[in-house]
Design a binder for this molecule. Structure first.
Ligand code: FRU
Length: 724
């Protein structure tokens, strides 16, 4: 046995705060949750109980980078204003300062029926006296991963290896203020038979009460195996393995932070589906961290995904035309009708197995296109023959370093793109770079707006830096997109999202960590690091014959809105930029709703956090030709803090959203000091992105490109601080 102390250097979190200068540091979110100070990552133990939303979170009490992981705690009655509470579960060390246990991600439930036996009698007047039934507390139970950095023996006798991850529980009989760890911890010590070697990659239990079988269900991951483990229990202490699921869909990274929850289909109470939501890192839609979901059925034992939600990477949509599969590895590009420049002259497709990079995978057949020749030094272009666009989608497999096409630097000495692009009329209209990975994944472009036009595909490698290569395979033309996965958010900064327990199915609210492991520990904030997303209400909606998870910011956020600060409707709007005067401080924190119709225009959008020369700007808009919503943060301010190379931070984040010419497009944009979240009117698309602009870049401009937009309206409300 060892004497335990907490890892706290000093006790830093308090209840109160000084009235002045609170939450005013540069970039401090004004209507998002962030800890008073220090590092935060995943939301944990989201539970609604007795009128309060509890938010626990991964927290380092000792600094602004990851470490000494503990559970921070805050509560709210409206999901908008938060009260900080003392740390719930504090990292533990031995007397020599060796960290014995960190509290990794997990969930919380309220054990209303005292299945755990952790309830205690309530000592109040009402409960006492003859003939009165004794009243008991409703214990709050946290189920989390014990991450043990040092080998030791637990109080209950479990012999722990260095680096082990096991599942444990703790309970609170005072609504989450103070916690007792169960003496029988860990409750699940090791992964199941066949996966024993994953003893140090077994984590993130999400537990909920399953009405139909009257059991507790736990889902947890074997992170490196992309395996979901489903357990059941009647008392939260003894767990039996029910089944396993995965890998499916986005599967080239660690699977973390699962959740499984029912939602009504299209609002119908009689039709319920289950959603499996999970974080993947690396291997998100954009490097590195992302969140995907799969819809299916759950019977208390097995998760069966809907076939429509499983994207077998080896199958291409029926009726697809294979434009180029790069199987002719004895041909040159010229033989195939393609044109090469620079180091690619005279070369051709390669046998993937001979491409000398670490772990190239995900290609189809044996041949692949690659710009990796003699290391990353090769530079040049390879261009396809001209073809006529006949189908609505071009899909392809792609991998490599993240060096996006940047229209501002393309063709200049600063050009560093390593990209695969579609050229129509001499212009790049779609472009994709690699995900900082050697695993080829499916990506799709909607080209409906270009049907009938001539086009070429262009591969450009203008760079010799680290990972400065891409692989491309299986270029197909089809009527439907060939995607890798269902993404919950198309931006870079939405991770580890989990829903609240304790709310009904039709009031399912989730919160995500608004950051990305690619650069999370370096973002240029001072006393604290990381914020949570706006809490989002989730539902299932059929859109274009496909069931989709849709999201909207919780309605209570409107309690922070100012009166309308700007409202204007244009019957028609000519190409160009129009100033939208929004008074400070609300030019840096606002809700802006933009509505418009197609007209003859190709793109309509809003420029935020901009200056007079537009040398800084965050651009948000809809592209009618490419049929996508986007957030562009190439010029959003500081990005020099990113140490990971290739730097995945600068970029344009794109979400395909097909529309008809008559549709009214709505974009609801939520701008805070260092972030922007964009939702379309239905909530089918969400894009979350951090930005770190200069203070005086605060102009707002409406713009359109390529014609006349019709029925354009802009409405702005300021958003007051939730912290003052
Ligand atoms: C996800 C994650 C979890 C883990 C936690 C540790 O961001 O890696 O898998 O439990 O963070 O802080």
């Amino acid at each position: 046995m060892v004497a335990l102390t907490t890892c706290l250097f000093t006790v830093l979190v308090g209840f109160g705060h000084l009235a002045r200068a609170y939450y005013t540091e540069e970039y401090r979110p004004q209507f998002h949750f962030s800890p008073e100070m220090n590092w935060m990552n995943d939301p944990n133990g989201l539970v609604y109980h007795d009128g309060k939303y509890h938010l626990f979170y991964q927290y380092n009490p000792n600094g602004t980078t990851w470490g000494f992981m503990s559970w921070g705690h805050a509560v709210s009655t409206d999901l908008v204003h938060w009260e900080h509470l003392p740390i719930a579960l504090e990292c533990e060390s031995d007397s020599n300062g060796n960290v014995l246990e960190m509290f990794f991600s997990g969930s919380a439930v309220v054990d209303v029926d005292n299945t755990s036996g952790f309830a205690v009698p309530v000592h109040d007047k009402k409960g006492r006296g003859r003939g009165k039934k004794k009243r008991y507390t409703k214990p709050m139970i946290a189920i989390y991963t014990s991450n043990y950095p040092t080998a030791h023996t637990e109080p209950g006798g479990a012999v722990i290896r260095e680096g082990q991850q096991s599942q444990s529980i703790a309970y609170s009989n005072d609504d989450g203020l103070t916690w007792t760890q169960y003496e029988g911890n860990p409750v699940i010590e090791s992964p199941p038979p066949g996966y024993e070697d994953q003893w140090n990659q077994f984590r993130d239990p999400y537990v909920f009460w399953h009405e139909q079988t009257s059991k507790w269900i736990m889902v947890a991951f074997l992170a490196m195996k992309q395996k979901l483990l489903i357990y059941s229990s009647t008392n939260l202490k003894d767990w039996s393995l029910e089944s396993l699921f995965g890998p499916e869909n986005a599967r080239f990274g660690q699977w973390e932070c699962p959740s499984l929850f029912p939602l009504h289909v299209d609002g119908s109470r009689s039709n319920e589906k289950w959603v499996l939501m999970m974080a993947i890192n690396p291997g998100g839609l954009v490097p590195a961290s992302g969140t995907q979901y799969i819809i299916g059925e759950f019977d208390g034992s097995t998760f069966v995904p809907d076939q429509a939600d499983i994207y077998d990477p080896t199958q291409i949509p029926s009726g697809s035309i294979v434009f180029q599969d790069f199987e002719s590895t004895s041909s040159t590009f010229e033989d195939l009708g393609w044109t090469a420049t620079g180091d690619f002259v005279g070369l051709g497709p390669r046998q993937a197995s001979t491409v000398d990079v670490w772990d190239i995978r995900g290609y189809l057949g044996t041949g692949v296109f690659t710009t990796y020749l003699f290391g990353d030094v090769a530079k040049g272009t390879v261009t396809s023959p001209t073809f006529t666009i006949t189908k609505d989608y071009i899909s392809f497999l792609i991998a490599g370093g993240s060096y996006p096409y940047n229209p501002l630097t393309a063709g200049t000495p600063d050009d560093n793109q390593v990209s695969f692009s579609l050229v129509v009329d001499g212009e790049i209209v779609h472009s994709q770079t690699g995900g900082n990975s050697e695993a080829l994944v499916w990506r799709s472009w909607n080209v409906a707006g270009y049907v009938g036009q001539e086009a070429q595909l262009l591969i450009t490698d203008a760079n010799t830096g680290p990972l400065a290569h891409i692989h491309v395979d299986e270029i197909i033309f089809s009527d439907t997109p060939k995607d890798e996965a269902n993404w919950i958010d198309y931006g870079p900064d939405y991770y580890a999202a989990v829903p609240f327990n304790g709310l009904p199915s039709d009031d399912r609210v989730a919160i995500g960590w608004m950051n990305n492991w690619a650069y999370a520990q370096n973002i240029p904030t001072t006393t604290w690091r990381s914020a949570m997303s706006i809490p989002r209400k989730m539902s299932l909606k059929t859109i274009n014959n496909k069931l989709k998870l849709v999201q909207q910011p919780v309605s209570t956020l409107s309690s922070l809105y100012t009166r309308t600060l700007y409202s204007r409707t244009y019957k028609t709007l000519q190409s160009g930029q129009t100033n939208v005067p929004v008074p400070a401080p609300y030019n840096t924190r606002m809700k802006l709703t933009l509505e418009f119709k197609r007209g003859t225009v190709s793109q309509v959008g809003i420029i935020l956090r901009s200056n007079s020369t537009n040398s800084q700007e965050t651009v948000i808009g809809y592209d009618f030709l490419g049929q996508y919503v986007f957030v562009d943060r190439f010029k959003s301010g500081d990005n020099a803090f990113v140490t990971w190379q290739p730097n995945p931070y600068p970029g344009r984040f794109v979400a395909t959203m097909p529309t008809k010419t008559t549709d009214v497009i709505t974009l609801n944009i939520f701008l805070d000091w260092s972030s922007v979240e964009v939702f379309d009117g239905l909530g089918q698309v969400a894009i979350t992105s951090q930005i770190f602009p200069l203070d005086d870049s605060a102009d707002v401009k409406l713009y359109s490109v390529g014609g006349t937009a019709s029925s354009v309206s802009v409405d702005v409300n300021g958003i007051k601080s939730a912290w003052t």
